[in-house]
Design a protein around this ligand. Structure first.
Ligand code: FES
Length: 304
């Protein structure tokens, strides 16, 4: 097959590596065993950022990138202009970057354990490259410490190489999000119906059974509890699982894939790993039919 650009050629080389595929599959299985099925699941959900309504990993990755950019600039100032007193400032910036990078690696693995097979190898390579870059900064910090904060080319080189490695890791992170759509809200582009639209006869909707309908091209989940009808998006915002295959727990529905729970009342996330709510629809029963119209798509309240 013809590769169209550098990024696609790189993706093909990574995903085509059998060792990478085997190791990443085994590691993903292991992490799922430890964090998805056991008592550590709340820890995973915390690391996913559901409590923040935003993935935690990309927030944390900004810190080392910024801190290590400052590190390199201070190193250059110290080495080019003989400002050796900058050693402590360099150690502080580099140390902050290392701590944030360790947290970013941990949260990244908690996101990665849910990815689809196509994203597995690239995500694993992204993690390995960034872990190696972090290791180089740890080496640089240790050398600076041993030198009693005296800046030298010897402790600058590992930091400089680490900075280049991290840039490569960041490129793969961008590929994951912008090419593969990893961790994006699967309902980001939903819309409508803006006017009340009939969906199904009230009597034809089974009680307490999540049922999927396509209304004006939008996948909608209806759940009837007695006389009350809930309507939310039928696609899990996390990785797109069909919520009609989920399980009802009171006024929430649990996703069949990674067990996020969404409120039937307002579509909000009650339990992660999802961080974005699902669309919400207003319901009405008229002429023995259930009618719906959109109330909220993604995070925005529809003006209808
Ligand atoms: S697809 Fe992952 S929680 Fe629903």
């Amino acid at each position: 097959m013809q590769n169209r650009d550098f990024s696609e050629a790189l993706d093909a080389a990574i995903t085509g590596n059998r060792l990478n595929r085997t190791v990443s599959k085994k590691l993903q299985r292991l992490l799922n065993k430890i964090f998805l099925e056991g008592p550590l699941r709340p820890l995973k959900n915390f690391a996913n950022g559901s409590w923040l309504e935003h993935p935690l990993h990309p927030l944390l990755t900004d810190v080392p990138v910024g801190a290590w950019t400052v590190t390199i600039l201070l190193y250059l100032a110290a080495l080019l202009f003989g400002m050796n007193e900058l050693g402590i400032a360099i150690a502080l910036a580099m140390g902050l970057g290392i701590l944030a990078a360790l947290a970013a690696i941990a949260t990244g693995f908690m996101d990665w354990m849910d990815v689809d097979p196509t994203e597995l190898s690239i995500g694993f390579t992204h993690a390995v490259v960034n872990s190696f870059g972090t290791l180089l900064f740890i080496v640089a910090w240790a050398l600076l410490f041993i030198a009693q904060w005296q800046v030298s080319v010897a402790n600058f080189i590992p930091a400089l190489v680490g900075y280049g490695v991290i840039a490569g890791g960041a490129y793969l992170g961008g590929t994951l999000v912008f090419r593969f759509g990893t961790m994006i809200n699967r309902n980001a582009y939903r819309s409508g119906p803006k006017e009340f639209t009939p969906v199904v006869a009230f009597e034809d909707l089974a009680d307490n059974k999540p049922t999927r309908f396509v209304v004006q091209g939008q996948p909608v989940l209806l759940v009837r509890h007695g006389q009350r009808v809930y309507a939310i998006g039928a696609v899990c915002s996390h990785y797109g699982a069909p919520l009609e295959q989920g399980t009802i727990h009171g006024s929430t529905i649990e996703c069949p894939w990674h067990y996020s729970r969404f409120s039937l009342e307002d579509g909000s996330v009650k339990t992660g790993p999802a961080t974005a709510p699902v669309p919400l629809y207003e319901t009405d029963v008229k002429d023995d039919k259930i009618w719906i119209r959109v109330l909220r798509v993604a995070q925005t309240v529809s003006p209808h």
